[in-house]
Design a protein around this ligand. Sequence first.
Ligand code: ZN
Length: 109
Amino acid sequence: MKRDLWDAAHKCTKCNSLMKKKTLVIEGIDARGWECTKCKDMVLHPEDAQRILLLSKLKKGIPVTVGELGNSFVVRIPKEIAELYKLSKGEQIMMKAENDRKIELEVSG
Ligand SMILES: [Zn+2]
């Protein structure tokens, strides 16, 4: 993540006052943004706005096919998901049974 944009001084597009950094939780994810000290107008960090957009799109789900590899079954993680969750090869994630129709994958912080 580039620090220049996040650390740069931002001025409100409505009243031209200085904005201060603020961390918000949108759709369950942490997002960085700025809040105007005067009119309280808010702006989201463009990177985080994009993440939230992608997340809400992916919440609808992507169909994947179950394959077979040796004695195991495999499902491929789509690139968009891997990028959103910043997955890398060799990383361990937790697979849990949520109910009889849902499997959960948990990525560590
Ligand atoms: Zn303002």
